[in-house]
Design a protein around this ligand. Structure first.
Ligand code: DGL
Length: 278
């Protein structure tokens, strides 16, 4: 079914079977979403974009993150005409999802902290939330808490060290245990922290450290992230689409290619063999 054209459901223009899904993150965190997307839609062409020149987002101001995300996604959408963009980053989504939706006329799927499922799971009523500094202070998170966890206790903990630890782990350098130990100790030290039975991984980088986090938190603590839900949302939004890969999938970095190439084995394990610079 290659080469056919039909009107895209959003009126953006002709949607071709080889139109990619664009997955965007500041770094490798979006791979946790890509892994779920591969299970759900193995034939969907994908471009993975990592804003390595802007990493980390979590320590930046709202204005900086919004400017980078809106500017880059605008240029990328024009260049690649994706059928859909997934902002596979909680920081970028909680800050800029609304702005991106206003300026781009294609479906945009965001990644927001999985507070709703966590609230349904907790037995003790105490939920931990690990995210970046920027994510945990967003009104978006306040609103999710008010809507879904008003009768629970939500303990938010910034864990910037885990972003770097996840990047290092995937690039084959460093040991994440120190950073994980620090983040978990800080979370547990909050009033009520000892009663946490459910932890929201509110940064797409953190499921890359799932084993280390589970070991540190204990097997009785449930870890919740949004990756499967995001993949389901993408499946739903593309349910009438045809997919045919016109060229091999690629991963694109805004930073230097040489450093990105350390991640080649990890991308290869996700079906991406071409790494290029934006
Ligand atoms: N992966 C991003 C997230 O989900 C954040 C990493 C960063 O600080 O750049 O929040």
């Amino acid at each position: 079914m290659q080469g056919f054209d039909k009107l895209s459901p959003n009126g953006f223009g002709a949607l071709r079977a080889n139109s990619p899904i664009l997955l965007f993150d500041s770094g490798v965190g979006g791979l946790t979403v890509l892994a779920e997307l591969r299970h759900a839609l193995p034939d969907a062409p994908v471009i993975y974009a990592a804003d390595m020149a802007g990493l980390p987002y979590g320590t930046k101001s709202e204005a900086e993150v919004a400017a980078r995300v809106c500017g880059l996604l605008g240029r990328m959408a024009e260049r690649w005409q994706p059928r859909l963009i997934c902002i596979a980053c909680n920081t970028a989504s909680t800050i800029a999802l609304g702005m991106v939706r206003e300026v781009l006329e294609i479906p945009i799927v965001g990644t927001v902290p999985a507070i709703k499922p966590a609230a349904a799971m907790t037995k003790t009523g105490v939920i931990g939330l690990l995210g970046t500094e920027a994510t945990i202070r967003q009104a978006y998170v306040d609103n999710l808490e008010a809507e879904f966890a008003a009768d629970k206790r939500l303990l938010r903990q910034a864990a910037p060290g885990l972003v770097e630890a996840a990047e290092a782990k995937l690039a084959g350098r460093g040991d994440a245990n120190g950073a994980v130990g620090e983040a978990v100790a800080a979370l547990r030290a909050q009033p009520g922290g000892e009663r946490i039975d459910t932890v929201v991984l509110a940064c797409t980088h953190f499921p890359l450290l799932r084993e280390e986090l589970q070991a540190e938190l204990g097997s009785e603590v449930a870890l919740v992230d949004g990756a499967q839900g995001i993949a389901r949302r993408i499946v739903h939004l593309t349910r009438n689409d045809d997919f045919a890969r016109g060229e091999p999938d690629r991963a694109v970095t805004t930073g230097p290619l040489a450093a990105f190439e350390a991640l080649a084995p990890v991308f290869a394990a996700h079906g991406i063999d071409r790494l290029v610079q934006f």
